[in-house]
Design a binder for this molecule. Structure first.
Ligand code: ADP
Ligand code: MG
Length: 367
C-alpha cells in the first residue's frame, strides 16, 4: 500500500496563550511512500517526526493537506478504520494479561462483519508471535519479559490485525545498545517478510540509515531531503543534512573560493570549477582525507586512535568549526604519531561546499 502525503501541515496553537506564538510542527510535507518499503523518518528531537506519524495514524488531524492510502483519501478517517499498526517507544502492554492475551486483544475488539472466530484469532496470534519469535513466551506476563521481548510483543500486537501500514515511533529507544542493534535487524526482517509499508521514526541517524529503503530528514517541521540512505549521505542537500548523517560527523571548515581555487585557511586544498568567488563552509567526510607528505591541508596532530581495521587521526586546524578534525584512514597507513603536523590531500567526492548564509549545497566540478 503506497501512502501519499500531500501538503501535510500541522500547526499547534501556543501552549502559552499570552505569548501567542503558534508552533508549526510540520510544514507542507509532500511525499509518496512507495508500496512495501521501509521509510526512516529522521531528525533531531522536536522536528515534527511524531506529529507526522500521528497524522498518518489518525491520532492527530492535519491543519491542512491530505493523506491517501493507495487511492483512498483517509484524511477524515478515524484511527480504528485506517488499518494501521502502531508501536511506541514505551511498549504499553496490559500488565495483568499474558503475552497471548495482549496479542489477541485487538482482534477480540473487532465488531460486526470484522468479527473473527476463536480459531482464526488464535491462528493469527500465533502467526504474529512466530514473526517476532516469541512463541515460547505466550503464557508469560509482561513483567516476566525483558525490554526487548516486551517490544516484540508490542510489534506482534500491531501485526496481528494485518495492518496495511505499520507505524513505529522510536520503538528501540528504551532498549540497551546491543538489543537495539538486534531488534532493528528484526524489524527489518519482519518488514521484508510481511511486505507491509512501514514508517519508522527515529532521531538516531545510524539506525535509520541501516534499515531504511529511504530516509526523510526533517528540521523544524520542514523536510530537508528524501532519498536512499547512501545517496543522501553521498550527496547532502545542505549543511544540516551533511552534519546530521555520519559517525564520526563530517568535518566543517571556514573556507573561501577565489579564482577557481578552494582555500582552507592559507592552504589551497583543491581546484573547483564553476563556483563564483565567495566565502564558504567546506565539509569533509572523515574518510575523505588521504595522508600525503605533500598534501595541501596542514593540521596540527593531536593523537592517533587505532581501532582495528581503521585508524582515527585527531588533529586541529584554525579554520575548523569542530573542536577537532577527525579523519579515518586505513590501518595499513604508517603515520608518525609523534609528528607535530599531519598533511592531507582530499578526495574530491568526499568534499562538499555550502553557502555561508543559507547552508545550501554549492555544486562544483573538479578541475
Ligand atoms: P519529534 O517527534 O520530532 O521530537 P514532535 O512531532 O513531537 O517532534 O513535535 C514537533 C513540534 O511540535 C515541537 O516543537 C513540539 O513541542 C510541538 N508539539 C508537539 N505536540 C504538541 C501539542 N500537542 N501541542 C503543542 N505543541 C506540540
Ligand atoms: Mg517524537
Amino acid at each position: 500500500m503506497k501512502i501519499v502525503l500531500e501538503n501535510l501541515t500541522k500547526i499547534f496553537p501556543s501552549r502559552d496563550k499570552k505569548a501567542g506564538n503558534e508552533v508549526v510542527a510540520v510544514s507542507d510535507f509532500n511525499f509518496t511512500i512507495p508500496d512495501g518499503k521501509l521509510i526512516g523518518l529522521l531528525g533531531p528531537s522536536g522536528c515534527g517526526k511524531s506529529t507526522t506519524l500521528y497524522m498518518i495514524s489518525g491520532l492527530q488531524k492535519p491543519t491542512s493537506g491530505r493523506i491517501y492510502f493507495g487511492d483512498d483519501d483517509v484524511t477524515e478517517l478515524s484511527t480504528e478504520n485506517r488499518g494501521i499498526g502502531l508501536v511506541f517507544q514505551n511498549y504499553a502492554l496490559y500488565p495483568h494479561m499474558t503475552v497471548k492475551q495482549n496479542i489477541l486483544f485487538p482482534l477480540q475488539n473487532l465488531k460486526g462483519k470484522d468479527k473473527l472466530s476463536k480459531e482464526t484469532m488464535l491462528e493469527r496470534a500465533h502467526e504474529a508471535a512466530r514473526l517476532v519469535q516469541i512463541e515460547e513466551l505466550m503464557e508469560r506476563k509482561p513483567s516476566e519479559l525483558s525490554g526487548g521481548q516486551q517490544q516484540r510483543v508490542a510489534i506482534a500486537r500491531a501485526l496481528v490485525k494485518m495492518p496495511r501500514v505499520l507505524l513505529l515511533d522510536e520503538p528501540l529507544s528504551n532498549l540497551d545498545a546491543r538489543l537495539r542493534l538486534q531488534t532493528r535487524e528484526e524489524i527489518r526482517r519482519i518488514q521484508k517478510e510481511t511486505g507491509i509499508t512501514t514508517v519508522f521514526v527515529t532521531h538516531d541517524q545510524e539506525e535509520a540509515m541501516s534499515i531504511s529503503d529511504m530516509i526523510v530528514v526533517m528540521k523544524l517541521g520542514v523536510v530537508q531531503q528524501i532519498g536512499k540512505p547512501q545517496e543522501v549521505y553521498d550527496s547532502p542537500a545542505n549543511l544540516f543534512v551533511a552534519k546530521f548523517l555520519g559517525t564520526p560527523p563530517i568535518n566543517v571548515f571556514e573556507g573561501e573560493v577565489a579564482d577557481g581555487k578552494l582555500y582552507i585557511g592559507e592552504d589551497h586544498v583543491m581546484n573547483v570549477k564553476k563556483v563564483p568567488d565567495q566565502k564558504v563552509y567546506v565539509g569533509i567526510r572523515p574518510e575523505g582525507f588521504t595522508l600525503d607528505k605533500k598534501g595541501a591541508l596542514h593540521c596540527k596532530l593531536s593523537n592517533v586512535e587505532v581501532m582495528g581495521r581503521d585508524v582515527s587521526v585527531v588533529s586541529t586546524n584554525e579554520a575548523s568549526l569542530n573542536p577537532v578534525v577527525r579523519s579515518i584512514i586505513d590501518a595499513d597507513n604508517k603515520l608518525d604519531a609523534t609528528a607535530e603536523t599531519v598533511r592531507y590531500s582530499l578526495k574530491p567526492h568526499k568534499v562538499f561546499l555550502f553557502n555561508k548564509e543559507t547552508g545550501e549545497r554549492i555544486h562544483f566540478e573538479v578541475k
